[in-house]
Ligand binder design. Structure first.
Ligand SMILES: [Fe+2]
Length: 253
């Protein structure tokens, strides 16, 4: 028996319905043809079908908004989102979709905040805005973006915290973000081991301590839905759910 390897395996529990427990998926790329997620309506619908099958009652769709790469905006996204929403309403009348975005923390994001031209999603009384950074280094305007979001009445939500090596290695920097009120989120694929054991362990620690406030599919395609499915026997996710650490997702109308 190779105990080292065995020790690294996640603990298992009896299967539970991840969608019924989380209720709402937050963070996905299911708006057809606008980023590196679903490329057409039928792909989008197939992914929604899988979220429904997992027990979710709704999803927050968060297309990339990233200068130069994905020059999306409220106005470019509204038509493809409306087309998907109409098709989903026919197919799954009880499944709710919200349109938000995953903002890259660049100068364009700052302009969107200053113009109050933001795609946000409701969580209880909060208006949440999802943002990401590059994987090499923290955004130089991170502090300013968080400050400006809060000043304008928005709740900052940081995408896939476990995937930034400079935050994994710097507990103080991560702690500062939390102290300032940023909600941290982790990706299902990270917990399922897609990015290796270190990232999986870090994501599991964030869940166990309640520091991760949301568990997101970040669905771009089928593989991310498979990760969610795999987590339905994951003891770390089960414990976090039982402890109420992921209850924010249930507060989305
Ligand atoms: Fe994403």
């Amino acid at each position: 028996m190779w105990w080292g390897r065995r020790k690294n395996q996640p603990q298992r529990v009896e299967p539970f319905s991840i969608g019924k427990r989380l209720e709402f998926d937050v963070h996905s790329h299911l708006v057809p043809g606008v980023d590196d997620g679903a490329s057409n309506l039928s792909e989008s619908l197939a992914l929604v079908d899988q979220l429904v099958a997992l027990g979710y009652r709704g999803a927050v769709l968060t297309p990339h908004i990233y200068t130069g790469l994905y020059p999306n905006s409220k106005s470019t996204l509204s038509a493809p989102f409306a087309a998907l929403q109409a098709a989903v309403k026919e197919r799954h009348p009880m499944f709710t979709l919200h349109l938000a975005a995953e903002y890259f923390t660049d100068e364009h994001f700052m302009q969107c905040i200053q113009r109050d031209d933001l795609l946000s999603f409701p969580v209880g009384d909060a208006r949440a805005v999802l943002f990401e950074m590059g994987f090499q280094e923290a955004a130089p305007n991170l502090d300013e973006a968080v400050f400006e979001l809060q000043l304008n009445g928005y709740q900052p939500v940081l995408a896939h915290v476990e995937r930034y090596p400079y935050l994994v290695a710097d507990a103080r920097a991560l702690g500062r973000l939390e102290d300032r009120g940023v909600w941290l989120t982790v990706n299902a694929a990270s917990l399922a081991g897609a990015y290796g054991p270190e990232i999986r362990t870090f994501a599991a620690e964030l869940l166990a301590s309640g520091r991760a406030r949301m568990l997101c599919s970040d669905a771009h395609g089928d593989r991310h839905l498979q990760a969610l499915e795999a987590l339905q026997t994951d003891a770390a996710v089960h414990r976090a759910l039982e402890a109420g650490h992921l209850d924010l997702q249930r507060q989305i109308p």
